[in-house]
Design a protein around this ligand. Structure first.
Ligand code: SF4
Length: 331
């Protein structure tokens, strides 16, 4: 059984006097115990909204989020049930989620106290252990958030999530505000925590190159829907969706030195007015008649590798149909 499962989740934002926006238009994914799943896509594709739904911070308009096979409730003023405390979220900007006027030790101890995880006399020792787990000096316990660098603050945010002894962490762009060196260090920390403590992670990022270094599997999201998912190396070396191909092609030196990155064609459309048919068709170099007429389903192509593209339907695709043939590659 999956640890965390999103089943056909939709999230619609109502807007006064304007048409509602379907920020997530039916997305499914699963995360197994101790697995790191990356969710990538450009800004505005709905991945942060999906992350908040996955963490129970907002209620889906339809579909379900299951933890251990049980639906999770959207966060309310009441304390979360103990089993849902096992699902924690880390945000992009750690500074905004830390109280600047309180010492780090007391902020980390909050999670132990609120969730009744430990007797008060044991909490200080546990806080020190949490700081060590994320590679921070133990005297950080008496410091304030402004005394830390961006990378250290993100470590603090992760340690606060760890205090709840999570089984799953949902991380929304945890590396994007950091410099390259801090990014690499926090990325290594996440992988180590996953492998050593067996914590599963849903890692949200616009940066496919970083996610490739960390994730076991990747789901690619475009304008509210998952268009491709698969094991990381398989998806990277043999993408099955033109959007994934374009994302990889836009990464500097993605295929080795000397390969110039290619900018993605056009802009992400307004999610309030998504294109008919395949949502990617106005930007897709391979689009053909069927693409603007009907929505392709996410279909399994090779065990765990799935894509939503008419090119993989032999009855619909112009010949030759496989993606690489359509690109003009020779075998
Ligand atoms: Fe491109 Fe058509 Fe495939 Fe959409 S369905 S990605 S438009 S080829």
């Amino acid at each position: 059984m999956s640890l965390l499962e999103l089943q056909d989740v939709e999230v619609t934002y109502q807007r006064r006097g304007r048409a509602p926006v379907r920020a997530v238009a039916g997305a499914s994914l699963t995360i197994g115990p101790g697995e790191i799943v990356g969710l990538v896509g450009e800004s505005g594709c709905g991945k942060s909204t999906l992350a908040r739904a996955a963490a129970g911070l907002l209620a889906p308009s339809s579909g379900r989020v299951l933890l251990h096979g049980q639906p999770i409730a959207a966060l309310s003023r009441r304390a979360r049930p103990a089993r849902e405390v096992k699902l924690q979220m880390v945000f992009q900007d750690p500074y905004s989620s830390l109280n600047p006027r309180r010492r780090i030790g007391s902020q980390l101890a909050d999670a132990l106290r609120i969730n009744k995880l430990m007797a008060p006399e044991l909490q200080r020792a546990r806080v020190i252990e949490l700081l060590e787990q994320v590679g921070l000096p133990t005297d950080a316990i008496d410091s304030y958030p402004h005394q830390f660098s961006g990378g250290q603050r993100q470590r603090l945010a992760i340690s606060r999530a760890l205090a709840a002894q999570p089984e799953v962490l949902v991380l929304d762009e945890p590396l994007s505000a950091l410099d390259a060196s801090a990014q690499a260090q926090v990325a290594n920390l996440l992988v180590n925590l996953c492998r050593e403590l067996g914590i599963a992670m849903l890692l949200i990022s616009h940066d496919l190159a970083i996610v490739r270094q960390i994730a076991d599997r990747i789901s690619v999201m475009y304008l509210g829907v998952v268009v491709e998912s698969g094991p990381t190396e398989q998806l990277w070396t043999d993408p099955k969706h033109p959007y994934t191909e374009a994302l990889i092609g836009a990464i500097p030196h993605a295929d080795g030195l000397g390969v110039k990155p290619r900018a993605l064609r056009g802009e992400v459309p307004d999610p309030a007015e998504p294109p008919a048919g395949c949502r990617f068709h106005p930007r897709c170099e391979r689009a053909f008649g069927k693409c603007s007429a009907a929505v392709p389903d996410l279909i399994s192509l090779d065990r765990d590798h799935a894509a939503a593209c008419w090119l993989h339907d032999p009855e619909q695709a112009p010949q030759p149909s496989p993606l690489k043939d359509a690109a003009g590659d020779s075998h």
